[in-house]
Design a protein around this ligand. Structure first.
Ligand SMILES: [Zn+2]
Length: 231
């Protein structure tokens, strides 16, 4: 606005600012068809070179969850995320663990609601680069709670994906509140595994796997890192 008064130098400066701002904004994408990032907790990327490791609070949990997570972890690796299933360590659900760890534990109704589990990334990591997070699986799944197998399998993958930085891609109502189950779907009716309260494949062969929508979300997290020069 002062360019008219001070002349060419200021014009050049302001032109610079004008071109820089949109370019920078364009480098980060926080939502797309069927995926959304957990920007409200400050996560906009995952490091392409950082090792992410899923760990468990007990040896019994490691035994229980490893085979159920394996197909999804293979997909995440194929998408470019350096992620592996690790070992057992102490998990304090109210405190983030070591950098890169996605810690899984079990709690009875962690959200206070029957059948609901919880997953979240460690909030506000430096430069928005995800450092892992905490997953609390509702322990009642294993004590007779009536949950269909595909919902269980999909939930066990949905929660660690929250810890990596994916949010629910649900449509919002006029008050901005997420509408249950209201998500984009493939022609065969499959919603993203990140759809809330649950989504993903229902067929036995594919349950517990990420859909293309979810993989696009992970790829966006990696692309956002690369666009910012984050290794
Ligand atoms: Zn969720």
């Amino acid at each position: 606005m002062r360019t008219t008064l001070v002349g060419a130098a200021a014009v050049a400066l302001s032109a610079c600012a004008l071109t820089a701002a949109p370019t920078q904004a364009a480098t980060i994408t926080t939502s797309g068809t069927g995926w959304k990032l957990v920007t409200q907790l400050g996560v906009t990327s995952i490091s392409p070179s950082r090792q992410y490791t899923i760990t468990f609070a007990t040896a019994a949990m490691k035994t229980r969850y490893t085979p159920l997570l394996a197909p999804a972890v293979a997909q995440m690796k194929a998408a470019g995320v350096k992620i592996a299933i690790g070992g057992v360590e102490t998990v304090n659900p109210s405190k983030c663990g070591p950098v890169g760890h996605i810690q899984i534990t079990e709690i009875y109704r962690p959200l206070g609601r029957a059948g609901f589990s919880q997953g979240m990334p460690c909030p506000n990591p430096a430069k928005g680069v995800g450092v892992g997070g905490i997953v609390a699986i509702d322990s009642e799944y294993w004590t007779g709670y009536p949950i269909e197998l595909y919902k269980l399998r999909n939930t066990l993958v949905h929660e660690p994906l929250h810890a990596l930085g994916l949010d629910h891609p649900n449509a919002l109502d006029k008050d901005g509140k997420s509408i249950d189950y209201k998500c984009v779907a493939t022609s065969s009716g499959n919603t993203p595994i990140m759809c809330s309260p649950n989504g993903g494949y229902k067929m036995a062969t594919n349950m517990g796997k990420l859909t293309g929508y979810d993989l696009n979300g992970l790829k966006a997290l990696l692309a956002n890192a690369r666009a910012q020069g984050i290794k």
